[in-house]
Design a protein around this ligand. Structure first.
Ligand SMILES: O=C(O)CCC(=O)C(=O)O
Length: 267
């Protein structure tokens, strides 16, 4: 049970900020003792996927917009952008690879504040994603998440994502950036001429949006954000890791994104 005095529900101020800006953050949610095994598990998973990629029966890379994607051991893996790189950029889902990754999904410090936003006392997991950004890790262009999910999800208004900062996040190492208030515009225009995934990248110059805000937060911080908020990140210009977990919650009893099973959240 959390002992850091944080409310297990979103406060009035947080809900107001979520409504106005499309996000709110909490700092010092997880401490280093809690994060250490999670970081270790994340690296174990990285190695597992690298090994999986060398297996004889692994499916070949799919190249989309010149970037490499692969289905490995039940995860959709995107490799870092340099062709020869064996660094993982993103992996979705991740939690089935290591038991040490499960408790966080069920931790009330994460799902508790989500309840008021998804509109339900019971919660289930919609998606889980692990994003690495090693030295020279590539940027994430501006985008919204809802258009990505919209093809296969009828309840976008009942989703909320929470980013869990695993390493101290700075502008230099490629922290997450959010554009406050951009969620109010709904689905924004994207680039028509940037290939398949490029069509999901938001053309922010077409709009008069607020100044982007860096989420340069210490490890153990979390950020809740709306599926329509425009967000992205820059490359990692340091030698340090910048790793991020992304959980998306939905009301209880609903199947996971692109899966038939339900992953209840156990309070
Ligand atoms: O990891 C990041 O910096 C950005 C994450 C993100 O926006 C995403 O995975 O959709």
């Amino acid at each position: 049970m959390p002992s850091n005095g944080l409310s297990q529900r979103a406060t009035e101020e947080e809900l107001e900020q979520y409504e106005r800006d499309g996000y709110f953050a909490r700092t010092s949610v997880f401490n280093d003792v809690e994060l250490k095994p999670v970081r270790d598990a994340v690296e174990t998973i990285h190695r597992k996927i690298e090994e999986g990629a060398r297996a004889d029966d692994v499916e070949p890379h799919r190249k989309i917009d010149g970037k490499r994607y692969q289905k490995i051991l039940g995860s959709s893996v995107q490799w870092e952008w340099q062709d020869e790189s064996t660094e993982i950029r993103t992996m979705e889902p991740y939690h089935h690879h290591d038991d040490r990754m499960n408790w966080m999904i069920d931790d009330v410090r994460l799902w508790g504040p989500a309840r008021a936003i998804v509109g339900s006392e019971s919660i289930s997991l919609f998606s889980d994603k692990l994003n690495f950004k090693r030295q020279n890790g590539a940027p994430f262009p501006w985008h919204q998440d809802n258009p990505y999910w919209a093809f296969e999800c009828q309840h976008l208004d009942q989703l909320i994502s929470v980013a869990i900062v695993l390493d101290d996040s700075t502008i230099e190492n490629g922290c997450l950036w959010l554009i406050p208030g951009s969620h109010k515009h709904g689905a924004l225009d994207c680039f028509e001429d940037r290939g398949t995934v490029g069509r999901l990248y938001t053309d922010i110059d077409r709009y008069d949006l607020n100044e982007p805000k860096p989420m340069d937060l210490a490890a153990g911080s979390i950020v809740y954000f709306h599926g329509d908020i425009v967000h992205g990140s820059q490359g990692n210009r340091t030698a340090e890791n910048r790793r991020l977990l992304l959980l998306t919650y939905q009301p209880g009893g609903m199947a996971r994104w692109q899966r038939d099973d339900i992953r209840p959240v156990f309070g």
